[in-house]
Ligand binder design. Structure first.
Ligand code: NAP
Length: 255
């Protein structure tokens, strides 16, 4: 069974590990190419955009893909829209791995906003020490709020020209333990944190740390996801779905 995994997440990596070496599947992992030195995947991979919906549809046909797995990040909304459209056009089975969003618990001081500019607005006009954990692509609204001091953490350092004037960068890849997060927030005298509602356990330690220290968190909600039909919450369930589809199609062919 020929499988294309749209990746860039820990779920995609976990599914690739689960399929590696399984002769029932011929799986390829697709990466956008944002990370300069991604960890070497255990299955064949390709890097870079497909060229929109038409490009992805062409790829699905040319590679005779039986199942497309959208395991992209919850904020990679364009790729997910393209996956739905290209799968529909080509009649390819589509499964989405949608990591559940984080939910506030008692003690949380979340300020929920819909967009990154709204997150920058929510910081207000008084200078604050801000921990920005939003990646390196959405910094422009914070450049427009230069009176704050920013501690920016991303997997790869942002382009220096994209930084607000008073910014310090930490390049680091999760998971991050709660105790380390608490130490970081206290040592840097952080007043407020800004994060995307990515969900997942690898980076949830920062939320527990903010709760413990009584810090507010500006939480940017996810962009709307396109209606996609089959959806699971994790790589394990996606693997189970693929095994089921494989068994069904094998039985249909009378193999
Ligand atoms: P996006 O805005 O949804 O996608 C922009 C374009 O990038 C897509 O139209 C597609 O180009 C290309 N692309 C995206 N994911 C791809 C993939 N897995 N394989 C091949 N091409 C891909 O995506 P994004 O928010 O920039 O995210 C880029 C990648 O980083 C994704 O793989 C995502 O899983 C990962 N990521 C994103 C975030 C985040 O916060 N956005 C966080 C962690 C990881 P074409 O139209 O040319 O096909």
């Amino acid at each position: 069974m020929r499988v294309l995994i749209l990746g860039g997440t820990s779920e995609a990596a976990a599914l690739a590990r689960a399929l590696a070496g399984d002769a029932r599947f011929c799986a390829t992992l697709s990466l956008a190419g944002r990370t300069r030195a991604p960890a070497a995947p255990p299955i064949p991979h390709r890097v870079g955009g497909f060229g929109g919906i038409a490009g992805l549809a062409d790829y699905l046909r040319a590679e005779r893909i039986d199942a497309l797995i959208d395991a992209t990040h919850p904020f990679a909304a364009q790729m997910s829209r393209h996956a739905v459209a290209a799968a529909t056009q080509t009649g390819t089975r589509l499964l989405v791995i949608a990591r559940p969003p984080w939910q506030p618990v008692p003690g949380d001081r979340w300020i929920t906003v819909a967009t990154m500019p709204a997150a920058a607005d929510a910081l207000g006009h008084t200078a604050r020490r801000v921990f920005l954990t939003i990646g390196r692509q959405d910094l422009a609204p914070f450049v427009a709020a230069p009176w704050h001091c920013y501690l920016i953490r991303s997997v790869e350092p942002p382009d220096p020209v994209a930084l607000p004037p008073r910014a310090e960068v930490i390049a680091a890849r999760g998971p991050f333990a709660e105790a380390d997060e608490r130490r970081l927030l206290a040592q840097r005298r952080i007043d407020v944190m800004v994060t995307k509602n990515s969900g997942g356990s690898a980076t949830a330690g920062k939320l527990a740390a903010a709760r413990a220290l009584g810090l507010p968190v500006v939480m940017v909600e996810r962009p709307a996801a396109p209606p996609a039909g089959n959806t699971v919450a994790d790589a394990e369930s996606a693997h189970a779905w693929l095994l089921r589809v494989h068994a069904e199609t094998t039985a249909e062919r009378g193999v």
